[in-house]
Ligand binder design. Sequence first.
Ligand SMILES: [Zn+2]
Length: 132
Amino acid sequence: MPAPFMFSALSQAKLGTCHPHLRTLFLEVIKHVDCTVLEGHRSVLDQDKAFHEGRSKLRGGSSKHNMTPSMAVDVAPYPIDWNDRDRFLLFVGFVKGVAAQLGIRIRCGADWDGDGTTTDQTFHDLPHFELI
Ligand SMILES: [Zn+2]
């Protein structure tokens, strides 16, 4: 039996800016795997910043993070280790499984086309999950 994990107040606030399906999904995920919400809704200004810093391929206004409620969320396994790519991929697989179980259709930045391989893409956004 895994430890009962909980989102921090900050993670909860960020998740609160997201579509109910994303909230349902990650409230289920956190029961099994500790994780942290990096970003839910993102302003158009912050989206442009993300674009210029190369963290996103989309300009302000065109990301699912810019919608209200946010149709995208960035979540990372906790504690975060950006060098441990395998851990991110395990997490993404787990999230996909839970989403399938709940009947929630998502697209992941680790596998944009959803074909189950990560080697066929050039832009990896490992913590990114969005509703289809
Ligand atoms: Zn994202």
